[in-house]
Design a protein around this ligand. Structure first.
Ligand SMILES: [Zn+2]
Ligand SMILES: [Zn+2]
Length: 261
């Protein structure tokens, strides 16, 4: 099946802060993982994948000071592939001196929570590799980030699969057999609330309800139903206080935690 590519516009990418270096070909790809905790519910909720990609981009740009997200492509548990820097652009996730040798492809598993790549992640990586070979001049090598660089990335389970030569999961070239259709629990459902600079503010009763939660927990916000910069900042404070990943995005984890209080 052709690659199911989610382009930058579709996932709401920030514009890069500088221009990419051109790459006509590479020796192949290096496979990465997130290194952090990935919510196991991600397999039930593709919206979480979008949030992960956005938060990685923020971390790479604001934390690492890179011009953009460091990966070429990012593969989620639903066999979808997010466009990072894309093909023919030098990535920055492989480590200094190693970036023009290989494209950087992320499999959306972590070192805690969701750690074992499901069929969707594996097929996504295989689709990404085919695409980079077809359209980006990628060579035959498939390696892990840890090959030639001191890191645990891409984690044990994903690296085992890479070392085995990335065998296609059983079930032929069809859709992932393990993509489950379990709905998220009611407490955790709802759209993702987030603030994106330069975009119209999200508004509505759900924003209002969340602001009410923030307020009653001692994080002062106006309950105006508009998810602006300040609401996002208070959300980050709330997440920090509750031991959650601090991304300022109200998603299933944050909602569940709030509902459980
Ligand atoms: Zn890595
Ligand atoms: Zn997904």
């Amino acid at each position: 099946m052709p690659i199911d590519l989610i382009d930058r516009h579709e996932w709401g990418a920030r514009a890069p802060r500088g221009s990419y270096s051109y790459l006509s070909s590479t020796k192949g790809v290096k496979v990465h993982y997130t290194g952090g905790t990935v919510d196991p519910d991600i397999v039930n909720d593709h919206k979480l994948c979008v949030a992960v990609v956005r938060s990685i981009q923020n971390h790479h740009m604001d934390g690492n000071g890179w011009i953009d997200i460091g990966y070429s492509l990012l593969c989620c548990p639903h066999r979808k592939v997010f466009e990072g820097r894309g093909r023919n652009h030098v990535p920055s996730a492989n480590g200094a001196g190693l970036n023009s040798g290989h494209y950087a492809v992320l499999g959306m598993v972590g070192n805690a929570g969701f750690t074992r790549p499901n069929d969707g992640v594996k097929w996504g990586i295989l689709d990404a590799i085919d695409y980079l070979r077809d359209k980006g001049g990628a060579g035959r090598e498939i390696k892990g980030h840890r090959d030639g660089y001191n890191t645990s990335c891409p984690g044990g389970p994903l690296y085992d699969w890479v070392k085995a030569g990335c065998p296609a999961p059983s079930g032929g070239g069809k859709h992932s057999t393990s993509a489950p259709a379990k709905p998220a629990s009611p407490a955790a459902s709802g759209r993702l609330l987030m603030y994106v600079k330069g975009r119209p503010l999200m508004s509505g009763a759900d924003v209002k309800a969340w602001q009410q939660t923030l307020r009653s927990d001692g994080h002062p916000v106006a309950v105006d139903g508009l998810y602006g910069e300040h609401t996002a900042a208070m959300t980050r404070r709330w997440q920090r206080a509750h031991g959650l990943p601090v991304d300022g995005i109200v998603g299933p984890d944050t909602r569940r935690k709030a509902a459980a209080k």
